[in-house]
Ligand binder design. Structure first.
Ligand SMILES: [Zn+2]
Length: 98
């Protein structure tokens, strides 16, 4: 049976896709760097599985802090912040100048 609080009980399954998605996005912009599931899950755990902006406990998305359109941006863990869906959307909209 699936736990209702799967983001805290099953963080690996719920969040591991974010590493692949962030890496794929970085490759599209030809940005170097990589991080592991351990890096990502460690960062989420450090933030107590809360959004890095609004602090709500929600599904977390790996967002590049330095926008990938910048040549200096890297796909490294220190350029990643876990954000909830709403914060990710507003941050990326701001990054893209929308
Ligand atoms: Zn948020």
């Amino acid at each position: 049976m699936r736990s209702p609080s799967r983001h805290t009980k099953e963080p690996r399954n719920a969040l591991r896709d974010q590493v692949r998605i962030a890496t794929k996005r970085a490759r599209r912009f030809h940005r170097p760097g990589s991080f592991t599931e351990e890096d990502w899950l460690g960062l989420c755990a450090y933030l107590d599985w809360r959004c890095g902006d609004c602090k709500r406990r929600a599904k977390l998305y790996a967002v590049h802090m330095t926008p990938l359109r910048f040549r200096s941006a890297r796909n490294d863990i220190w350029n990643i912040i876990p954000l909830c869906h709403a914060c990710r959307d507003s941050y990326q909209a701001w990054q893209e100048g929308r």
